[in-house]
Design a protein. Structure first.
Length: 65
């Protein structure tokens, strides 16, 4: 599980994650339009962690870019 400090990295991880899955709200507009790209709006994020368990891997790979 990620540490509190890692939450600031949610947007960067989401931009690099191949599993990013953003749903649509009832109005048909992308949620990302108002919130920006982040793990918080991904269908694979349960509010505390990535249900695909790839957050830590993607975060670690950010250092290699």
């Amino acid at each position: 599980m990620i540490g509190y400090d890692s939450y600031e990295h949610l947007p960067a991880v989401a931009q690099r994650c191949k599993f990013l899955s953003i749903g649509r709200n009832p109005g048909g507009r992308m949620e990302a339009a108002s919130e920006g790209i982040s793990c918080n709006i991904c269908n694979n994020w349960d509010g505390r962690k990535c249900i695909r368990n790839v957050f830590d891997t993607v975060l670690s790979n950010l250092d290699n870019i």
